[in-house]
Design a protein around this ligand. Structure first.
Ligand SMILES: *Cc1c(COP(=O)(O)O)cnc(C)c1O
Length: 367
């Protein structure tokens, strides 16, 4: 007997392909380690030294479970956003929360709307829980708000997923357009706005989570600007009834005490993150100039990465292979026409110089 016949119907219907290829698995295949890792938007500035220290101290009590309600951290977040801690839910990263919200709201065969080619982890959860995905193509490298709202209405969708600022393109929508979009979505449809890059975004690219309607959920993370991707901690800002729902299904101790201690310490360390944000802004200019020097362009970005527009899928693919040969980890979008770009995470200056050198050296083999 094949064991996979024991899987649930929903799982058996899924393709056998494991959807997510990690840099570690590429390293194992190559038989060598990457020298530069600029493909997953991790912050190569690292977490702040104070945050690292707080996490080291937290290890001393690692034999104890964490506070499953994470009250100290939720209070700090509540102050930051002017919201009650009952409206703040923690998860082990946005990725975890995406799965929990799908599980909370999307029943088997219920309709879910997302953009074709955007951050894929959401789709894995929808597939895993048996929802029915509808994909809306990008328009001018942006997620198509009108298209998403149209499909949400025509399909009477249960959930819409929007990444703003977007991954993989780095583009964003202004808050007036977002507010209009929110109004067009049926009130019975949950809108998940993935704001993983909120810290890098101009203020007019974000809705005030305190003021959005009760069907809207905002997702944030300590993984990107705060440099804590490996700690796995993110949060949702949403109506308190939604948080109560999550409490019924979430992994009680899923946010470990080291992650909580690190996140708490970030609140006394805004200076560090502001410095990171300034460096990222400079790095953006650096890569823009590099692209122009080479005869290409970059898509305007409100994130910690840039999508470098290589003009064709073939050229983007060749460049990414050349970079991998030089042990530089980058990723590229996998859907046309986004796949004419390669995505590069913006890190510290010395890293940027090395990435630029690798790109320049790669170009000779390509054009
Ligand atoms: C990086 C990223 C995530 C992952 O966030 P975690 O909090 O580390 O799970 C989620 N969504 C988008 C759009 C991302 O780019």
């Amino acid at each position: 007997m094949e064991l996979k016949h024991l899987f649930t119907d929903k799982i058996r219907e899924l393709s056998d392909k494991v959807p997510f290829i990690s840099p570690e698995s590429i390293e194992r295949e190559l038989g060598t380690k990457f020298l530069l890792r600029v493909g997953a938007n991790e912050s190569n500035f690292g977490a702040s030294p104070n945050v690292v220290l707080a996490m080291q101290n937290a290890v001393k009590r690692i034999h104890q479970y964490s506070d499953p309600e994470a009250v100290e951290l939720r209070e700090l977040l509540g102050e930051k956003f002017g919201m009650n801690l009952k409206s703040i839910a923690l998860g082990s990263g946005i990725d975890d929360l995406l799965g929990l919200f799908v599980r909370l709201f999307v029943g088997s065969r219920e309709k879910v709307v997302t953009s074709l080619g955007c951050y894929p982890t959401f789709n894995y959860h929808v597939n895993g829980y048996g929802g029915d995905l509808h994909m809306v193509p990008y328009v001018c490298d942006k997620e198509d708000l009108l298209g998403l709202a149209d499909v949400a209405n025509s399909e009477n969708a249960k959930m819409v997923y929007l990444v703003n600022p977007d991954n993989p393109m780095g583009t964003w929508h202004e808050k007036e357009a977002l507010a209009e979009f929110v109004n067009k979505i049926p009130p019975t449809c949950i809108l998940l706005i993935d704001e993983a890059y909120a810290d890098f975004a101009p203020v007019n690219a974000l809705l005030n989570p305190k003021k959005t309607p009760e069907n809207v959920i905002h997702l944030r993370t300590f993984s990107k600007a705060y440099g804590m991707a490996g700690a796995r901690i993110g949060y949702a800002l949403c109506h308190e009834d939604i948080c109560l729902g999550l409490d019924k299904i979430r992994n009680h101790f899923g946010v470990n005490r080291i992650a909580q201690a690190g996140a708490i310490a970030t609140f006394e360390d805004e200076f560090y993150v502001n410095e990171v944000l300034k460096e990222v802004a400079q790095g953006k200019k650096f890569y823009e100039n590099l692209a122009h020097d080479l005869g290409f362009s970059v898509v305007k970005s409100a994130t910690n990465f840039i999508a470098m527009d290589m003009g064709s899928k073939e050229r983007a693919k060749e460049l990414s292979l050349e970079l991998v040969k030089r042990r530089v980890f980058v990723r590229m979008p996998n859907v046309s026409p986004l796949d004419r770009c390669i995505r590069i995470t913006i890190g510290p200056k010395d890293e940027r110089y090395k990435v630029a050198e690798a790109i320049r050296n790669s170009m000779s083999g390509i054009l």
